[in-house]
Design a protein around this ligand. Structure first.
Ligand SMILES: CC(C)(COP(=O)(O)OP(=O)(O)OC[C@H]1O[C@@H](n2cnc3c(N)ncnc32)[C@H](O)[C@@H]1OP(=O)(O)O)[C@@H](O)C(=O)NCCC(=O)NCCS
Length: 174
């Protein structure tokens, strides 16, 4: 059973936008969208990756994925169709992925980015030195090879309300 089969076929975000677990037959379109945006696509079919498609009026307007590692979640492969950008779709995708991660027990989110740091900072993420990240995040394929070493690692609490209460998992690495 794939990870995405744990979820309903379609999840309503608002009147216009719906999240769908991505089927195997839709992976090529997902990879094409990532390639067009210059994002790594080599590991999207890996078992740890839960990919989603975001639909508006029967049209795919974006994609995003998570990798869940206990209390940590890696947000990744977030891309909005070029003709749908600037209308809040990206923010809704991030909000939905965070809510999905919270539903699955995650407390802290991580992501790597080369060219959208300011965007994610506007959504509450802050830069984290890689040496302070959990090993589970550092050993993902994104961290270990697919994202350039120059990619920034960003983090935020999954739920804004848990920002103060949640003790941030910090592992020391030699
Ligand atoms: C980054 C991305 C997902 C944002 O999606 P979106 O739906 O356009 O974003 P929203 O509508 O929620 O937000 C738009 C705002 O973010 C800003 N923004 C968009 N991309 C940005 C970037 N790379 N860096 C900084 N700000 C950015 C816009 O200027 C706009 O600002 P404004 O509200 O002040 O006008 C989209 O531009 C995209 O798919 N980019 C290519 C793939 C990518 O870089 N993904 C991130 C991988 S980690």
């Amino acid at each position: 059973m794939s990870a995405s089969e744990h979820f309903p076929a379609e999840i309503r975000i608002d009147d216009a936008l719906r999240a769908e677990p991505l089927g195997n037959e839709e992976m090529d379109a997902f990879r094409a969208a990532l390639n067009a945006a210059g994002l790594p696509a080599g590991d999207v079919a890996a078992p740890a990756v839960q990919p989603f498609r975001f639909m508006r009026n029967l049209k795919a307007v974006g994609y995003g994925a998570v990798e869940l590692y206990g209390s940590g979640v890696l947000l990744r492969s977030i891309v909005v169709a070029a003709d749908a950008r600037g209308a809040g779709v990206g923010r809704k995708i991030v909000d939905w992925l965070l809510a999905h991660a919270a539903d699955n027990g995650a407390l802290r989110a991580f992501l790597f980015t080369t060219n959208a740091r300011a965007y994610f900072e506007s959504l509450g993420f802050a830069t984290l030195d890689r040496s302070r990240a959990p090993r589970s995040i550092l050993t993902t394929r994104q961290a270990a090879g697919l994202c350039p070493a120059s990619a920034a690692l960003l983090t935020r609490a999954v739920s804004p309300s848990s920002r103060e209460a949640e003790p941030f998992e910090q592992e020391q690495h030699p």
